[in-house]
Write a protein that binds this ligand. Structure first.
Ligand code: DGL
Length: 277
């Protein structure tokens, strides 16, 4: 592994803005850490794209982040974690953490009836990544998967939490009616923004597992194990945000996702990104 030091930033990337839910969790848990976020807003969504395409995009973004001298990469996107994490870990010489393993560990710990539900994009569910990760931890645990492709656009649109959202969720969650899991993995960057409605539809007894939050704890563990936590006292983390496009309503959505205005926002041209090997 190349020479890394604790003062370097953590790189975080997602297909778009949803990964800011992971940034939020990281800022809360590790306020000293400098963060560099990349949101591939020009090429979102990843959830409906092929594995090869998502691997190529994830590789380019990781090369970009490495050039920015990050000490670690967090793959905040569930879809990219599901299909590209292994490729990235084999091709880049710094610690790389995805959201699938931390989410699975928390769910296995949380379930009492040994039945876990997983919701995510079509690609994440098709990859079977959560299923494999859960079964690697406990082969006895039953896993019920449900792709929910309509949820990302509803969150992106900032659709109010009204009857439409409830109806869409009720329809997706029907699969859990017969035998109910007691833990549900929110296997997509966007789903934490719907947490309250999902909880209402699933019922209070079901524990919702936010993979992003669990990942922040994993990042802390990995950095601490490598002695790479930024211990500078009085050195509040600086945060930089890069995107591949400024979509309509961008500032508004980003500010809402982070809970405060984005500082240091830059655009990277797609041709530049595509030149990274
Ligand atoms: N970031 C993606 C994920 O967590 C959701 C949005 C997309 O489809 O790109 O799976």
């Amino acid at each position: 592994m190349s020479e890394l030091n604790s003062g370097q930033a953590i790189g975080v990337f997602d297909s778009g803005l949803g990964g800011i839910s992971v940034v939020r969790a990281l800022i809360e848990l590790l306020p000293n850490e400098h963060l560099i976020y990349f949101g591939d807003t020009a090429r979102v969504p990843y959830g409906s794209k092929s594995k090869d395409t998502v691997i190529r995009f994830a590789h380019q973004i990781s090369s970009f982040l490495l050039e920015k001298q990050v000490k670690m990469i967090v793959v905040a996107c569930n879809t990219a974690s599901a299909v590209a994490l292994e490729h990235l870990q084999q091709n880049f010489d710094i610690p790389i953490v995805g959201v699938i393993d931390p989410g699975s560990q928390a769910a296995v710990k949380a379930t009492r009836n040994k039945h876990i539900g997983v919701i995510g994009t079509a690609s994440t569910i098709r990859s079977g990544a959560y299923l494999s990760a859960i079964h690697a931890l406990d082969p006895e645990t039953r896993v019920t998967n449900q792709p929910c492709p309509l949820l990302v656009p509803l969150v992106e649109e900032d659709w109010p939490h009204d009857g439409v959202v409830t109806q869409v969720l009720q329809s997706y969650m029907k699969i859990f009616d017969l035998e109910k899991p007691d833990a549900l993995i929110l296997g997509c960057t966007h789903y934490p923004y719907l947490k309250s409605v999902i909880q209402e539809v699933m019922g209070e007894a079901v524990r919702l597992v936010d993979s992003g939050e669990e990942t922040a704890t994993e990042v802390q563990k990995v950095l601490s194990g490598l002695n790479l936590l930024n211990a500078e006292v009085g050195d509040p983390g600086k945060h930089k945000f890069y995107v591949s496009d400024y979509p309509q309503k961008f500032e508004e959505t980003a500010t809402r996702f982070l809970g405060r205005p984005l500082e240091n926002l830059f655009k990277v041209e797609l041709e530049v990104l595509e030149s990274y090997k």
